[in-house]
Design a protein around this ligand. Structure first.
Ligand code: ADP
Length: 483
């Protein structure tokens, strides 16, 4: 079985969120199970030099992007037994950020076509191309339109994973011709047309053989109007090809037992481990070293993450006997808000506005509670990492949060965190207070944290589900050929 991941970001090379974690860890797990899995991604200028120095040029050619002919280099690097191919074009990818440019449509139109052209350049024809999010959404569509006539391409199957339905790659109608040299035949409701524009993600949703998303609850939610981002009808129509497979975390990267970022790894005593890491964080952030619940948030600062709820009851939260640290970057309204709150409540609240992987690990280990009140959450890795580090999540019951966090039941003592259902600031506040109350009931707290830290959050179960999906697709096509 040969599988090619096409993805816009991947750990350890470059990361803006959970997508990169998944792209970095799922292939490793699939490889362990005997799949020939390779990963193709853009060669961003901001990939650290030590990685770039090890890349070897495999091929150079031109990619057609509408009326343009653009340079394309393929560079190869084998990291932890996985072959990575980097698509090199400095005009498109040698920039400060990954996304958020006016020509993102053109950049990723180029990337999609470069991925497809690379197959013949490398003479590597996978059984399956596994695409992720809108940045690679046009690959399934192009494969079933432009590339159908090409020998060796026709048998390739596609899987498309929705990591976040909110970002779809919506471009003007003119992009059809201008970026893909496709004619108006493809501009209709069952193809790329989307409210007068074209939509990269829709291209995948109509053309991919199988669609997955990253949790069972999100799979159900996106077929409804509230969560469906105007694609719910199409997703419901394709429900027989849609599945929800939970993400896991890479336990080589997130492992409190051997994490080099921690002042004290977890050995036998959870109490000692927590205390040492908490004191370290308190000192680092100039908070008083004392035994009160330390709440953290490590997140993109966007509305998706429920920050409006936090803002609405922030003063009430600050009335509790707690400390709180936010690590995040994103929308300026939230960056300003948290900076201002630090100014106001500096003795108990700190904001680190930035992206810092090592600090994130230290916070996961040092905090007691991890707040993630998302408006929607396809899977969420933050709560899984928190649990792995013995830090209890406080979440809203949506998407993957609903599938992975179970609110503590005081009668049975079951659960691994605290949750609330409605997107309502006071429900969240009530749940924060509930969690703080149990922090002070040491028997409950030890039970919950000790259960959390030993559970399995790895890819082992979910990788098997992906493998089964691939195998079903490939064996189905073999049956078809046989007939
Ligand atoms: P999303 O993919 O929507 O951003 P996830 O919870 O799935 O959310 O994944 C977020 C990942 O990014 C986690 O690994 C989290 O620790 C990390 N992360 C988010 N913000 C920061 C930050 N400011 N600094 C370091 N790591 C961060």
């Amino acid at each position: 079985m040969k599988v090619l991941f096409a993805v816009s970001e991947c750990v350890p090379f470059i990361k803006s969120g959970g997508l990169a974690d998944v792209a970095g860890s799922l292939p490793k797990e699939l490889k362990k199970m005997g799949t020939d899995v390779r990963v193709m991604m853009p060669k961003y200028g901001t990939i650290p030099d030590p990685y770039k120095q090890k890349m070897k040029k495999k091929s150079e050619f031109c990619v057609t992007v509408g009326w343009r002919k653009q340079y394309c280099g393929i560079e190869e690097y084998t990291y932890e037994n996985i072959t990575f191919y980097f698509i090199d074009n400095e005009q498109y990818f040698k920039r400060d950020r990954l996304y958020g440019y006016d020509d993102d449509g053109e950049r990723f139109a180029y990337f999609n076509q470069a991925v497809l052209e690379s197959l013949s350049q490398l003479d590597f024809y996978p059984d399956i191309i596994h695409c992720h999010d809108w940045h690679t959404g046009m690959i399934p569509f192009l494969l079933t339109s432009k590339y159908q006539g090409r020998e060796r391409y026709a048998g390739i199957k596609t899987v498309f994973t929705i990591h976040n339905l909110q970002f779809q790659g919506i471009m003007p109608r003119s992009a059809l011709k201008d970026l893909f040299d496709l004619d108006d035949r493809h501009f209709h409701i069952d193809a790329l047309e989307f409210y007068g524009n074209i939509n990269f993600m829709k291209g995948a949703l109509v053309a991919a053989n199988k669609i997955t998303t990253v949790s069972p609850t999100y799979m159900n939610e996106i077929q409804t109007e509230y969560y469906g981002e105007k694609l719910n009808g199409l997703l419901a129509a394709r429900r027989n090809d849609l599945s929800g497979i939970l993400n896991g975390i890479d336990e080589e990267v997130y492992n409190p037992v051997k994490d080099p970022n921690l002042v004290q790894p977890y050995q036998s005593s959870l109490f000692q481990y927590k205390k040492a890491n908490k004191v370290h964080i308190q000192q680092q952030f100039a908070l008083e070293v004392k035994d009160v619940p330390l709440i953290t948030m490590i997140t993109r600062l966007t509305k998706q993450k429920g920050l409006e709820l936090v803002r609405e009851v922030f003063h009430d939260i600050m009335m509790e006997n707690i400390q709180m640290i936010v690590l995040g970057t994103g929308d300026s309204e939230f960056e300003h808000f948290f900076r201002e709150m630090e100014y106001r409540y500096g003795d108990k609240f700190k904001a680190y506005i930035g992206f810092d992987e090592s600090l994130a690990h230290q916070l996961y280990a040092g905090a007691d509670l991890f707040l993630m009140p998302s408006k929607f959450e396809p899977c969420g890795l933050g709560q899984l990492i928190a649990l792995k580090y013995g830090t209890l999540p406080i979440v809203r019951e949506t998407g993957g949060l609903n599938d992975t966090v179970h609110s503590f039941d005081e009668y049975t003592w079951e659960g691994n965190g605290f949750s609330f259902s409605n997107f309502n600031a006071h429900d969240m506040l009530y749940t924060v207070r509930r969690a703080v109350r149990y922090y002070n009931e040491k028997a409950v707290w030890s039970h919950l944290t000790e259960t959390a830290i030993i559970m399995n959050y790895s890819w082992s179960k979910s990788a098997i589900k992906y493998l089964q999906l691939y195998e079903n697709l490939v064996s189905r096509s073999e049956m078809y050929v046989l007939q």
